[in-house]
Ligand binder design. Structure first.
Ligand code: HEC
Ligand code: HEC
Length: 295
């Protein structure tokens, strides 16, 4: 018979075997990361410094529990977050971000990271950090950047142009539905936008973790902003690290606005979509026929 102590020792060593591969996924060392303490950020007329005397403490206090000491997303809380309901905290060492104004594959601007920190990420554990002062948030942008060597060699992409928003018309709403059909948004998001398209249940992110498409009908906020401009930007830049691609090569700027107007008809009433909902009702707009689409 094993003594209780022996039992514990065996469980602990088994645990060690299981945990080791996870722990070793942190690629960068503290020395490597510290070598980038001169990282800066610029937002409006504020400059952020990874070397500021307070940012280290702000990060320890507000961020480390999820994002971890080394910024690799392995904070203490991370183990309790189970995708797809609860996405894992971002690994800052990779330098890959969902919310960007810049083309897919490129780094976000400092302003993008600043906006994300103040906005939080709905449908995730990432809180809204607008209780912190602007200077604290700008310093945290520099701190987030200093975890990834990408920010040393690469510049952020040039923000994608967003033309002035045209007037919503019935023709545009209908044309938007045609774009939605043509570029196959419905494959993931479903014909009614309820996150139930044929591919929805099979999706994984770049880390191989399950991820669900956005459900337009459940009233939740898109992670990267709720305005018409934000929606336009989301599908023209894509959410890097996720299966949500960039459509910049498949959708022309004018069509992109049509699509934004159509997407509004899929959402429950909100402050942005009064006109689109009225138009959909007048047109008696019917969901696409998924069967017909897949033929
Ligand atoms: C309770 C956990 C938690 C805390 C605390 C937290 N985050 Fe996050 N954070 C997350 C999760 C989870 C994600 C990924 C969400 C997703 O992918 O939808 C994330 C993502 C991010 C991203 C990436 C956004 C993108 O565009 O990909 C940034 C930047 C970020 N957090 C910054 C911070 C900063 C700065 C703090 C501290 C002020 C902080 N986080 C505190 C959980 C947390
Ligand atoms: C291959 C599957 C796939 C296709 C095709 C796809 N999406 Fe997505 N989309 C996703 C996933 C997955 C997410 C959720 C990402 C997340 O939560 O991090 C998403 C999120 C979104 C969001 C919300 C983003 C946010 O910030 O929360 C919008 C808006 C969106 N998609 C619009 C579109 C439009 C419009 C199209 C077609 C032009 C489209 N998607 C095509 C998978 C897809």
């Amino acid at each position: 018979m094993l003594t209780r102590l022996q039992g514990w020792c065996i469980s602990l060593s088994l645990l060690g075997v299981l945990i080791f591969p996870l722990a070793s996924s942190a690629q960068l060392t503290t020395e490597d990361i510290d070598s980038r303490l001169n990282t800066e950020s610029h937002v409006g007329n504020l400059t952020g410094h990874a070397s500021s005397s307070t940012v280290k403490y702000d990060y320890r206090r507000y961020c480390v529990g999820c994002h971890g000491d080394l910024g690799d997303g392995n904070g203490e809380v991370a183990q309790w977050l189970d995708p797809p309901m609860w996405p894992k905290p971002r690994d800052f060492q990779l330098g890959i971000f969902k919310c960007r104004s810049t083309p897919t594959g490129t780094l976000p601007t400092d302003q993008d990271l600043y906006d994300t920190i103040g906005r939080g990420l709905d449908r995730s554990a990432m809180p809204i950090w607008n209780v912190l002062t602007k200077q604290e948030r700008v310093d945290l942008v520099a701190w987030v950047k200093h975890f990834s060597p990408r920010f040393v060699g690469e510049k952020p992409g040039a923000p994608i142009p967003i033309p002035t928003e045209p007037e919503v018309t019935p023709e545009r709403v209908k044309a938007g539905q045609d774009v939605f059909a043509r570029v196959q948004c419905w494959k993931c998001h479903g014909v009614t936008g309820q996150a139930n398209g044929p591919s929805a249940s099979t999706l994984t992110d770049d880390q191989g973790r399950a991820i669900a498409p956005y459900n337009f009908s459940d009233g939740s906020r898109p992670k990267c902003g709720s305005t018409d401009q934000d929606i336009y930007r989301i599908f023209m830049t894509g959410l890097d690290g996720t299966p949500m691609p960039s459509f910049a090569d498949n959708i022309k700027p004018d069509e992109a606005w049509d699509l934004v107007f159509f997407l509004r008809t899929l959402q429950p009433n909100n402050e942005y979509n009064k006109r689109e909902k009225e138009i959909a009702q007048q047109l008696n707009l019917k969901p696409l026929n998924a069967l017909k689409l897949s033929q």
